[in-house]
Design a protein around this ligand. Structure first.
Ligand SMILES: [Zn+2]
Length: 252
């Protein structure tokens, strides 16, 4: 990397004042993702990027003129990686290699496993949910057991598994945990296949538009007929987040 240019440091957390100096002259050795965090390993440390609600990282072999909300540029010999974020809920942080492995970073250490990790199955959900009296939907959203199950996918997965979102996580049997793990994987795989669900102004790294809540079974369909049983889809709030479910397909 030739340079980093920080034009706006007020993201969710302040962009470190020494980020430009940290990255200058570095080579990106690996790019990984953990939960919603993108991790750029440059040897001396790791650049941690989170896109927040509205952030985008776009690659330009020749950077075009700046537009509104272009907050950070990472300039390399081959082009520019540009971070744009109208709402500024994203993050750009530095983890120095001297601080230990990146997996121990405070933002990453409490993350659950990835849903496509081979270890993720019903038994994993069952073990992790013992003693958790919180509603299963909130428990999934917290991400301490498994990451990647956001608000839309939590409603969709629980519908697919036939589990009421308000049931206490600890009350799930192993058989129901098996169904839920399977439902989470199928729901996420389908969403990835379709390009994801996102804000209307989503832009992919190649500049393509996103898809908005395509073909959800229950999410966003309050009052509309369930596609399985035709009962009206219900909407409730759990910790200020909208939860959609079918009372007859998800009786408990
Ligand atoms: Zn139904």
């Amino acid at each position: 990397m030739r340079a980093a240019q920080v034009r706006e440091a007020r993201l969710r957390w302040p962009v470190p004042v020494d980020l430009e100096a940290r990255l200058a002259g570095c080579t990106v050795l690996a790019v990984e993702r953990r939960g919603k965090y993108l991790l750029f390993d440059v040897g001396s440390g790791t650049l941690i990027v989170h896109l927040g609600m509205s952030g985008t990282l776009r690659w330009f072999s020749q950077a075009p003129p700046l537009i509104a909300h272009d907050h950070v540029d990472i300039v390399t010999d081959r082009g520019t990686l540009r971070y744009n974020d109208p709402r500024r809920f994203g993050a750009m942080l530095w983890h120095d290699a001297s601080g230990g492995p990146i997996s121990a970073h405070s933002l990453l250490a409490s993350l659950g496993i990835e849903p496509f990790d081979a270890r993720f199955d019903g038994a994993w959900l069952y073990r992790a949910s013992r003693g958790r009296r919180v509603a299963v939907k909130q428990w999934l959203l917290a991400g301490h057991c498994v990451v990647g199950v956001g608000n839309i996918y939590a409603s969709e997965s629980l519908f697919r598994a036939g589990i009421r979102p308000t049931v206490a996580a600890a009350r799930l049997s192993l058989a129901r945990c098996d169904r839920l793990a399977q439902a989470i994987r199928v729901t996420l795989a389908e969403a990835i296949e379709r390009g994801g669900s996102s804000l209307r102004d989503f832009v992919g790294s190649d500049g393509s538009g996103g898809y908005f809540q395509l073909d959800c079974a229950v999410y966003g369909r309050a009052g509309e007929p369930c596609r399985v049983c035709a009962a009206p889809v219900r909407l409730i709030r759990q910790q200020q987040r909208a939860t959609y479910f079918c009372a007859s397909c998800q009786p408990r």
